[in-house]
Structure formats: C-alpha cells, structure tokens
Write a protein that binds this ligand. Structure first.
Ligand SMILES: [Zn+2]
Ligand SMILES: [Zn+2]
Ligand SMILES: [Zn+2]
Length: 286
C-alpha cells in the first residue's frame, strides 16, 4: 500500500500565511521540507484522504491526475480537510471535463461523517453550477467498516472535538497485505479504540500521528507525549512491532521546530517527520 503525503501542515499551513512568529520565519528561511501545505494524503493513485484548500497547488506540485480519483475519504469537516470550493470545482461540469467518461459513470464516491455531509450539501446548494449527481455520498459512523477499491477502511472515533459538536474519524486501513493507522486530527485516543483495534487484530506497518501540538500537552490534537503514549499503547496490544514506521503529521507552528529541528529531535526515538511529498510504501515493510 502506498501513501503519499500531499500536505503535512495544520489548518494555517506552515509557515502560516500571515504569521511572523519565530518558527514560521525560520521555516520560511529553511524552505524545502519545512514548507507544509494543508492536510491531504493520497492512498495508491486514486483515493484521497481529505481534500483541503491547497488541493490545486498539490496537483501542480506533484503532477496529480485528480480527474481519475475513485473516492475521497474525509476525517472531519474542518475547512483545512474539507474545502467546499474545491468540492464545487470538482462537481462543476465546465470546470472538470472528463471527455473519456460517460456522464452516468462520472461519479465520485465521498465518505465522511454527517457533519462532512452537511458541508457537502451546503457546497452543492449555494447557487453554483456543481452537480450533486456527480457524487455519491456515504455517511460513515465510528466503528463502521467500508471498502474503497482494494482498501478496507475501519472508521475509529477521534478525540478532536466534543462528540456532540462533531464525531470526527480517524482510520485503520488495510489492503489485506499491509495496514496503516491514519490518525489525524485527534488528541489522545480513548480506550475504546484500543479495544476495537485488539478485536480486528491488524498489524500496522505505518502509524501516522497528529502532532500539531508539538511539545505542548495534547488538546484536540496530540503532542509529542501523546504520540509516544500511542506507540506504547499499540505495542501493548500487539498492533505494531520494531518494523513499524511512526510518522508525525499535521504539524503546526505550535511545534516551534522546523523540519530539520524536528528530525534531529525525533530520530533518536525512532520517529520520522512527514513532509509534503513523502511516499511511504508499506509493501517494503511487510
Ligand atoms: Zn486539521
Ligand atoms: Zn507562526
Ligand atoms: Zn480539525
């Protein structure tokens, strides 16, 4: 299974567009892997996990064929993950011309919770020319399993917002040969996640962790301490081993570290730092 990180920054991007805090200035100067677009990943060649406001720039930078997408799987409805303008563009026939695809087959599957669905409906009903019929929306609840092409997704309950505000999701994903835990946006996970993971018995080749809080204590996002604890919890239930790669993602200026500084800090702990363009091929680690 191949996961390509297209955007590894938090909501404001890194460095943040309008920010002059010390780490944003250092990141701007460092350039390269310190420059992070908003959260988005590509599974294989045709499944997006989240589609944020940088999707057009990500297409240009990485040469993506987004016209060939099979599905978008959303974690939650925050604007850095579900960009409504991009969705409208995707569903507007004059903006997304697919000459080789018959119109009745030109349908993109969307997966997300009901808050994602409400925002999708808002995007479609706001007087633009987007066709709702271009999409097939599948509402997903925690602990639900669904298949997208060759991948099975297990929706797990995130700890990102109060559940009454939005029941945000993270995903355990497998193609039957390898498995990924894709965990952002979330703070420290509840024990029900451990129980669920113990039950399905997946062994993760890659654990991708929200570390927006950096060295600060977790609060709707994890920080360094919560990421280390997640690794310990996964070890305790036998879901990871010494071959598992642990990668920090969704990084923000709360971190107070550039990419190079983060790498120097995390490498001795066996933890990698995601960057825009990082490709993890889990087949290498079965
Ligand atoms: Zn986010
Ligand atoms: Zn800043
Ligand atoms: Zn969020």
């Amino acid at each position: 299974m191949k996961l390509t990180y297209l955007g590894t920054g938090a909501a404001e991007g890194m460095p943040a567009a309008f920010c002059a805090c010390p780490v944003c200035l250092r990141s701007l100067k460092e350039g390269g892997k310190s420059l992070r677009m908003r959260s988005c990943s590509l599974l294989g060649d045709d499944v997006l996990i989240d589609m944020g406001p940088d999707i057009h720039a990500q297409k240009l930078r990485f040469g993506l064929r987004l016209d060939r997408l099979r599905a978008i799987v959303y974690t939650h409805s925050h604007e850095d993950h579900e960009d409504l303008y991009a969705l409208r563009q995707c569903g507007t026939p004059t903006a997304a011309i697919h000459p080789d695809v018959p119109e009745d087959e030109d349908i993109l599957d969307l997966y997300g919770n009901r808050w994602v669905y409400k925002c999708f409906e808002m995007a479609m009903s706001s007087g633009h020319r987007a066709r709702e019929s271009h999409f097939r929306f599948h509402e997903i609840k925690p602990w639900q399993t669904f298949d997208v092409g060759p991948y099975t997704f297990h929706a797990l309950r995130a700890n990102h917002r109060p559940i009454v505000v939005e029941d945000c999701l993270i995903y355990a994903i497998t193609d039957g040969k390898s498995a990924i835990l894709y965990a952002n946006d979330t703070g420290e996970l509840s024990p029900e996640v451990d129980e669920y993971l113990r039950g399905i018995g997946l062994h993760f080749n890659l654990v991708s962790m929200d570390c927006a809080r950096g060295l600060l204590p977790g609060n709707g996002h994890m920080g360094w301490a919560e990421c280390l604890r997640l690794r310990e919890r996964l070890e305790a239930i036998g879901a990871v081993d010494s071959g598992t790669r642990f990668v920090l993602n969704h990084l923000s200026h709360m971190n107070d570290m550039t990419h190079t500084e983060w790498e120097a800090f995390a490498a001795p702990h066996g933890i990698e730092i995601a960057y825009d363009g990082l490709v993890v091929d889990t087949e290498d680690h079965v």
